[in-house]
Write a protein that binds this ligand. Structure first.
Ligand code: UD1
Length: 429
């Protein structure tokens, strides 16, 4: 198992290219199941989760071709996927595949919409608390699917096709909204989705579906209207930049000090997080190239932050912000309002010398003047990158174990940070 070794204390200077968003790429790949034609996705990040989803879709009979580099192409471009679900050979998604990546449960929507039936394993446990799928199932039922749960599998049936309906989510859910959008695109009649997630990745998927011939309006707002169509066609779509990768590197620069341009990043995708960073004392400047983050010497100010659905502060940046606040001058409070039990990074940050107290869903972080390197363990994707951020500012050497969590969501992290001056190295056993 790979580890990452970091010697803290180097400032970050230079440029970091931001690639396509993982959380848009996964549903976009799944949307490829909706059509017999080829869907071409550009700016796809090279991530373990993308490879895993490729295997899952392959099991349904989907051919995915990853185009090689073309002459003159920038090394920092994402890859291009050609996704062809001409013939679906199997509508079952088995436990051993779905349990490895929660988002793969979302295949249930296109499969039942196009094939009239699907059998998809419940995703099972997850390191960041119970993450149920009741609202995804509710959405499919509202569109006329019959649902049974049998031996850990969700069996969805709509032999005569789905029909439009009204879906009112009692709570904002990204996965629920993706599921509803994909299913409604091929349903007969009109679907209205109320209290829809407004995350930019929802808008990106809706844009792609519209290019495929869907008729979706209101994506990006909390009320989405979908006029179903009989079939969808192929299209070409470039994945929007990853706001979580952007925010992660922005926080890393705030932590170490320095001056870095996050190329291709779009500030409007993470304004709430950039506002918090500005409050801590980092300078955030939108440029033609992307976003420039600088911090010179000045100490970090503490903040009070509660995670919220978009446009609020994203839960996927909570662990990284907490790492930053371990070095603030004063006491910060961070409340996690989306997921229960998304605090596994706390104990590991404490191993590096952080002072953090947990009380229910709120962490109180008392800034310390120094962190000290230690061996730590990555527990989930975002938690593990928070340990990297802390290690960049810790004295001495930190080894982050179980790096496969990082590889799920960050492409060439050690190369990108290394190019900006970090002393960071991957060790493969
Ligand atoms: C997506 C993101 C993840 C992010 C999360 C919240 C992807 C691949 N993943 O996950 O990175 O952290 O949004 O922004 O895009 N819930 C229910 N019942 C359901 C579904 C969800 O109660 O059927 C609850 C969850 O437990 C959670 C909240 O709703 O408390 C939000 O979850 P949701 O937005 O669905 O997260 P994901 O789509 O799984």
């Amino acid at each position: 198992m790979d580890r990452i070794r970091i010697v803290g204390g180097q400032r970050l200077n230079g440029a970091i290219p931001i690639l396509g968003a993982k959380n848009a790429t996964l549903p976009l790949m799944i949307a490829g199941l909706l059509t017999e034609d080829t869907l071409i996705l550009d700016n796809v990040p090279r991530l373990a989760d993308v490879n895993q989803l490729q295997r899952i879709l392959g099991n349904h009979g989907v051919d995915i071709m990853i185009a090689g580099k073309r002459p003159g192409e920038e090394p920092n471009h994402g890859s291009t996927l050609h996704i062809s679900a001409k013939t679906i050979v199997d509508t079952t998604a088995p436990y051993d595949l779905v349990s490895r990546m929660r988002a793969s449960f979302w295949v249930v929507a296109p499969l039942v919409a196009r094939m009239g039936g699907a059998k998809v394993s419940l995703p099972g446990g997850c390191a960041i608390g119970t993450r149920p799928v009741d609202l995804l199932i509710m959405a499919l039922e509202k569109l006329g699917a019959g649902i049974e749960i049998e031996s850990g599998y969700v069996i969805a049936r709509a032999p005569k096709g789905l029909r439009g309906g009204e879906i009112v989510f009692p709570k904002v859910t990204v996965g629920g909204t993706h599921t509803a959008l994909m299913a409604a695109s091929l349903a007969r009649g009109t679907t209205v989705i109320e209290n829809a997630a407004r995350e930019p990745e929802i808008g990106d998927v809706a844009d792609c579906l519209n290019k495929m011939g869907a008729n979706i309006s209101g994506a990006g707002t909390s009320r989405i209207v979908v006029e179903g169509v009989a079939r969808l066609n192929g299209a070409r779509h470039s994945v929007l930049p990853d706001r979580i990768e952007t925010g992660t590197y922005a926080i890393a620069v705030a932590m170490t000090g320095g001056d870095v341009v996050l190329q291709h990043a779009r500030p409007e995708l993470l304004q709430a997080a950039l506002d918090v960073l500005a409050q801590t004392g980092a300078a955030v400047t939108p440029t033609n190239e992307g976003i420039r983050i600088t911090r010179n010497g000045a100490s970090l100010d503490p903040v009070e932050v509660t995670t919220a659905p978009f446009p609020g502060f994203p839960t996927d940046l909570q662990a990284q912000l907490m790492a930053l606040m371990t070095r603030a001058r004063g006491t910060s409070h961070i409340t996690e309002a989306i997921f229960e039990n998304r605090f596994m990074h706390v104990q590991e940050l404490v191993r590096l010398g952080a002072r953090i107290k947990l009380d229910g869903d709120t962490a109180t972080i008392e800034g310390v003047s120094r962190l000290k390197g230690a061996p730590v363990m990555a527990t989930d994707l975002r938690a593990s990158v928070s340990l990297v951020i802390a290690a960049l500012a810790a004295e001495g050497e930190t080894t982050v174990n179980r790096v496969y969590h990082l590889d799920r969501g960050f492409e060439r992290l050690e190369e990108k940070l290394g190019a900006c001056g970090a002393a960071i190295q991957r060790i493969s056993d």
